[in-house]
Design a protein around this ligand. Structure first.
Ligand code: PCA
Length: 200
């Protein structure tokens, strides 16, 4: 049976909830996909997120890691193709860290790419009538930092694959900003289930 680790993030910034963790909980509650599903909530911390992820991967030894994060500026599901070797944040993470164009790994690759068939995943999600696009930048904040760690571990481990998916706010999520787009949580979950089905 395919072992899948699904990660989301704790709340950060102006938001009391994180749509990614809400989606993880809901998807996990559906159970059975012909897959062995484990979940992990990552801290929004440049230092602790990759550590927590590494521990979770060592513990669960997944075949595939599906990572979810909230992007309040997203208007649809965003399949992230690449993680960049850089950290930058004026806002700061949940520990108050504000890296200023710092490399993640001085000796590491400039960019790491997912080896999952991202266009096939996009088509499968589109076929369900859910808005989705491929993105070529996961930003320079904690999601990108965690994604870089996952893709680095994929290289180390050989067989493991990973993908990062940014989610908009979910419909009904409390937001201090009125202009933000949202999506029904059920649609986000169907998109994640579709990714799982395609992977299996
Ligand atoms: N989104 C942030 C970090 C945690 C999250 O859910 C990001 O896009 O980097």
């Amino acid at each position: 049976m395919c072992k899948i680790l699904i990660t989301g993030f704790e709340p950060f910034g102006d938001y009391a909830e994180n749509s990614s963790w809400e989606a993880v909980k809901k998807v996990a509650s559906f159970g059975v996909f012909n897959a062995d599903i484990a979940t992990e909530c990552l801290p929004v911390s440049f230092v602790r997120a990759p550590m927590t992820l590494r521990e979770a991967i060592d513990r669960h030894t997944p075949d595939v890691v599906i990572m979810l994060g909230q992007s309040a500026t997203a208007d649809c599901i965003k399949l992230e193709r690449v993680a960049l070797n850089m950290m930058d944040s004026a806002m700061g993470d949940n520990d108050g860290a504000k890296p200023d164009e710092e490399p993640i790994d001085e000796d590491g690759a400039t960019a790491l790419f997912t080896s999952l068939p991202i266009k096939i995943l996009r088509s499968a999600i589109e076929a369900k009538g859910i808005n989705v696009k491929i993105s070529n930048s996961a930003g320079l904040y904690v999601c990108n930092r965690a994604y870089y760690e996952a893709l680095r571990m994929c290289k180390e481990r050989g067989a493991m694959q990973a993908i990062f998916v940014h989610l908009p706010l979910y419909e009904g999520q409390t937001s201090p900003h009125r202009d933000k787009k949202n999506m029904p949580l059920g649609d986000m979950c169907r998109a994640i289930q579709t990714i799982i089905e395609e992977i299996i």
